[in-house]
Design a protein around this ligand. Sequence first.
Ligand code: FES
Length: 142
Amino acid sequence: MPGLPAARRTVLKGAALAGAAGLGAAACSTESKLGHAKNPTPTAPVALGAASEVPVGGAKLYREARLVVSCPAKGEYKAFSAQCTHGGCVLTKIEGTEGHCPCHGSRFDTTTGEVIEGPATVPLPAVPVTAEGGNLVAGPDA
Ligand code: FES
């Protein structure tokens, strides 16, 4: 921008960055508009399929159901909301027992729900889960 004083150029550059940050926030609130933030846990039982799909010592993400199930020991299952407690984005990746939020980088322990790394500060809400007949069911009456 020839002709503008250096200070003016800096202000404009800062405004452009603020605009980009604003877009990021809008993406998160779009997730929230999908109902994620209002209802982070299922209101009715959700069938998740074969319990054997959850690796012992690991976890499996059920992104459509917005749930993550971990299996700390054979036959033992723990389920949590997969909706990040920071801004409502749904986790997209599991590495071992760590759940990763794509929006701002929060990481959660899928065996406890606890935050490993922020900006989230609140654990993932626990969801009751059972494995009857080898199939997982998660939700309020599970
Ligand atoms: S929504 Fe911000 S880290 Fe998950």
